[in-house]
Design a protein around this ligand. Structure first.
Ligand code: C2E
Ligand code: CA
Ligand code: CA
Length: 590
């Protein structure tokens, strides 16, 4: 029932209007002067105001002026019933906010029609406002809870859903699985194909994820390349694993961007409620820790959280603080991963890879701390330490009588762009008593492509000092081949993603053969990274790839273990190598 406030002293007209309103089914309330009218309007919030003040000899303009000053009352439709018919007066009332002016004598139908017209109009306006408000509220809700690029829920909404799922557990005893998922190599796409391509890739990923997941699950985008999935309808770990595996499979299909086809690999870490933790933030960190673990195992793999997986603080600040002390507290170590020549299966060299073990939190993956070290500039002293340690080790191996192994050290783009880089490295070599040819420097294709012209100058400088240079992660930087010719380099390391899957994906095979052929035309040595299977090794051999590196041959290991590996390697049955030649070169006997 619409509520109408009639303001004016009791008079014939006033009473007649009240009676009429009631008979027409309105709720009629009254106030007999301006002050009471304002108060009643404020407390009762009527749908419409009628003033009969003029009829008592008062002035409705005072009321209109008072209403105008109160924005919440100024919007209420106002009908003036007056005995003053002067145009000038009526005009003034309308300017002060009256919506309609009825000059006595008036009939009942006139009053009712005026009231209904105003109420109708007001209802329409309200309807529109409500629609706009609803719309705005929805947009605000989307902004607050959804990622604008992919339209997936963001971390706030994921958190809410996680809370709800956990609350339901007390009734339905349905455990909750939290999957932390990261797209590897997104950064390279951004760096080389541009952010638009990266964005398109993320949107396509979001579509695939949404399409792949069972109903009732939530998929959220957390940060740049990290997504999370919440599963609440499964019966066993095996079922969760199957979902994760399915996601990995679907994301490993090529993505067609306007400029080219892109392959991604995905890693997934899984934590279970209540099995792993009943605390949400711990659960999130456990899933992340499992993800890091998965990344270290091999690409396209997933990993359940286990108690022995170290959980790193979510807080980058804490990690940064740890990182600042890591050098002086001797928490770093150099691991060496063997590289095998494919002509005669001899171990020709190794890649030096950094390892960090935090005293309380255990091993922390380079994939996690190297980007932070680069951001903070800590990579410069850490990188120098790596070079220094590696030089010392290589010297030791030489002194032990091993023939010079070709050992490569990774140079981050931050180091690469440091002034006097060549001089710094030369000094470290000098101190260790090594010649520059003992060392190969690995620089990623992406780092070189950031400023190709500058890179050519720096590389030329390093070359004249006698260092060997390898392009790392080749194939992920999408560098144009014309640049490759201009880069003074010795070695091309083909990225893992082209090697893994080579046995099943004909496209990878075509890329591999083309890259190997091209590299050989340019007189470059080709190393294939990430070789995990015998079949991959066999294919690489048949493509005349020069060197292979990967878990199939050997994992990264400490120096002592690497020495044992070399000794043991010879004794391994089934190796297609000339043992005597090997023994001669490496000074070990089988
Ligand atoms: P990267 O230079 O491409 O190094 C190869 C990575 O692949 C290493 O990971 C290695 O453990 C891993 N790997 C080797 N064989 C296989 C395999 O068969 N399968 C799979 N799935 N992976 C394999 P790691 O040691 O975790 O290093 C990750 C990245 O961190 C490196 O990638 C490199 O970019 C960076 N990094 C490591 N050590 C250093 C360093 O001393 N300095 C700098 N600047 N970066 C480093
Ligand atoms: Ca490398
Ligand atoms: Ca690499």
């Amino acid at each position: 029932m619409e509520k109408i406030l009639v303001i004016g002293q009791e008079s014939k007209s006033h009473k007649a209007i009240l009676r009429l309103l009631v008979s027409e089914g309105f709720e009629a309330i009254t106030a007999d002067n301006v002050e009471a009218g304002i108060q009643t309007a404020q407390s009762e919030r009527p749908d419409l105001l009628v003033s009969t003040l003029d009829i008592d000899g008062s002035d409705s303009r005072v009321l209109l002026g008072a209403l105008k000053q109160r924005s919440e009352l100024a919007i209420i439709p106002f009908i003036l019933v007056t005995n003053q018919g002067e145009k000038f007066y009526l005009r003034e009332c309308i300017e002060l906010g009256a919506d309609d002016c009825l000059v006595e004598p008036i009939t009942d139908p006139e009053i009712i029609s005026a009231i209904k017209t105003r109420l109708q109009k007001q209802a329409q306006i309200t309807e529109q406002y409500v629609a706009v408000l609803r719309n705005t509220a929805e947009r605000l809700n989307r902004l607050a809870h959804y990622d604008s690029l992919t339209d997936l829920p963001n971390h706030h909404l994921l958190h809410q859903r996680l809370v709800q799922a956990i609350e339901r557990f007390s009734q339905n005893h349905q455990p909750v699985a939290l999957l932390s998922l990261s797209l590897d190599r997104l950064r390279q796409v951004n760096n080389t194909l541009g952010y638009q391509a990266g964005d398109a890739l993320l949107q396509a990923t979001a579509r695939r994820l949404r399409a792949s997941l069972p109903e009732g699950s939530t998929v959220a985008r957390l940060t740049g390349n990290q997504f999370a999935v919440l599963l609440t309808d499964f019966t066993s770990r095996q079922a969760v694993l199957a979902v994760a595996q399915d996601l990995i499979n679907r994301l490993s299909q090529p993505f067609s961007l306007p400029s080219q086809e892109v392959f991604l690999t995905t890693s997934i870490g899984i934590a279970l409620y209540p099995e792993d933790s009943t605390d949400i933030s711990t659960l999130l960190r456990q899933a992340d820790a499992a993800l890091e673990w998965a990344k270290q195992q091999k690409s396209n793999s997933c990993q359940f959280y286990r108690i022995d997986i170290p959980v790193v603080p979510a807080d980058q600040i804490v990690l940064e603080t740890w990182l600042r002390y890591a050098l002086e507290r001797h928490e770093f170590e150099v691991y060496y991963q063997p590289q095998m020549g494919l002509v005669d299966h001899r171990i020709l060299g190794a890649e030096a890879l950094i390892r960090w073990t935090h005293p309380e939190h255990g091993p922390i993956s380079p994939a996690q701390f190297i980007p932070l070290a680069e951001e903070t500039g800590l990579i410069v002293p850490i990188g120098e330490w790596m070079l220094q340690q590696t030089c010392r080790q290589v010297k030791l191996w030489q002194q032990q009588g091993l023939p010079p192994l070709q050992v490569s050290v990774n140079l981050s783009s931050v180091q690469f762009n440091q002034p006097h880089l060549g001089q710094t490295i030369a000094t470290l070599l000098d101190q260790a008593g090594l010649s520059s040819s003992a060392l190969e420097l690995e620089i990623t294709e992406t780092a070189l492509m950031q400023d190709a012209a500058a890179a050519i100058a720096i590389l030329s400088d390093l070359k004249t000092q006698g260092f060997k240079i390898a392009i790392d992660d080749f194939g992920t930087g999408y560098s144009s081949l014309s640049y490759l010719k201009q880069f003074p380099i010795d070695t091309l390391k083909i990225d893992t993603c082209f090697v893994q899957g080579v046995t099943t994906d004909p496209k990878n095979r075509a890329i591999l053969t083309a890259v190997i052929q091209m590299a050989h035309d340019l007189q470059l040595t080709v190393i294939a990274e990430g070789v995990e299977l015998e079949a991959e090794l066999a294919l690489l051999e048949s493509y005349r790839c020069d060197i292979a590196q990967g878990y199939y041959i050997g994992r990264p290991m400490p120096a002592k273990q690497f020495e044992a590996f070399l000794a043991n390697y010879l004794a391994k049955p089934g190796q297609n190598i000339d043992k005597s030649a090997y023994a001669h070169r490496f000074g070990v006997t089988s």
